[in-house]
Design a protein around this ligand. Structure first.
Ligand code: ADP
Length: 260
């Protein structure tokens, strides 16, 4: 079993084991517990990115400006995630709406694609990004949409063996924008497929491939549904997977969106 690039340790796995331990983090209330676990999951992804980028900075100092730009983006995401953690412990912040802005999906996904290009290269994977022009904006919190893209891309990177391909695509689809993450990786069995969005679920094939928490897809689904969108998946065991995220572009829609 090899370590995951995006999620190479499993700090949350014990949360899936009903061991009767009610100490420490288990004292968090039922609302806060999953939010903390989800944020911890994405903070861990960020920590892995930091390490990768520091390694690259050492290896190719001539590209310092590029490395610093990625580190700055990661630091901003780190800050935003920590603010969400802080809001959990301060109930008066709990009702704060997320920072909603009209966003172009291409603009959100492009820096993430750039940031993960070296990870794909190191794994001998071909990573491409195909963008549709003139996408309508979505009204969303940028951190939310970044978490969706990062989690899907990390999964594709983690579950695709060397020499495979991963394609990120944006498109228009009626009153939505569509993000597709397609890979030629290990795929998902028809038995596992109905369960992959369940918290802590991991397919047998995934367990034999990498370490992980089984939280990433639940995070993706939760965020996408919060914006009135949906996630679809098609997969063939041993051949690859296609994840599609539809996000509505009706930015007039009243947004009763909260941080959690
Ligand atoms: P994790 O990757 O930590 O296991 P996720 O919630 O992101 O957690 O994914 C849940 C499960 O869905 C994975 O364990 C794996 O079985 C399956 N899965 C998700 N994405 C892919 C993919 N791109 N290729 C194959 N299996 C996937």
């Amino acid at each position: 079993m090899s370590a995951k690039n995006c999620d190479d340790i499993n700090p949350l796995a014990s949360a899936s084991k009903p061991d009767g331990d009610t100490s420490g983090a288990h004292n968090l209330d039922a609302h806060a517990m999953p939010v903390v676990a989800d944020i911890a999951h994405d903070l861990h992804n960020l920590a892995s990115n930091f390490k990768t980028r520091l390694y690259l900075t050492e290896k190719s100092p001539q590209r310092l400006a590029e490395h610093l730009a990625v580190l700055e983006q990661d630091a901003n995401r780190l800050d935003a995630l920590v603010q969400r953690l802080a809001a959990i412990s301060q109930p008066q912040l709990d009702s704060l709406t997320a920072a909603l802005h009209p966003l172009n999906l291409n603009d959100v996904a492009a820096p993430i694609f750039k940031a993960y290009e070296p990870v794909a290269y190191a794994k001998r994977l071909t990573l491409t990004f195909e963008t549709a022009p003139d996408l309508s904006p979505i009204l969303a919190d940028v951190l939310d949409i970044e978490r969706v893209v990062i989690n899907l891309l990390c999964n594709a990177l983690n579950y695709t063996p060397a020499e495979g391909t991963i394609t990120l695509t944006t498109a228009r689809d009626n009153n939505s924008v569509l993000l597709t993450v397609r890979d030629t990786g290990i795929g998902i069995s028809s038995q596992a497929l109905p369960h992959i969005f369940e918290r802590f679920f991991r397919s047998e094939e995934a367990q034999n491939t990498t370490l992980g928490t089984g939280l990433g897809l639940g995070i993706v689904k939760g965020i996408v549904e919060k914006y009135g969108g949906q996630v679809e998946v098609e997969s063939t065991l041993g051949k690859g997977s296609v994840f599609k995220v539809f996000l509505p572009t009706n930015i007039e829609k009243p947004a009763a969106l909260y941080l959690h």
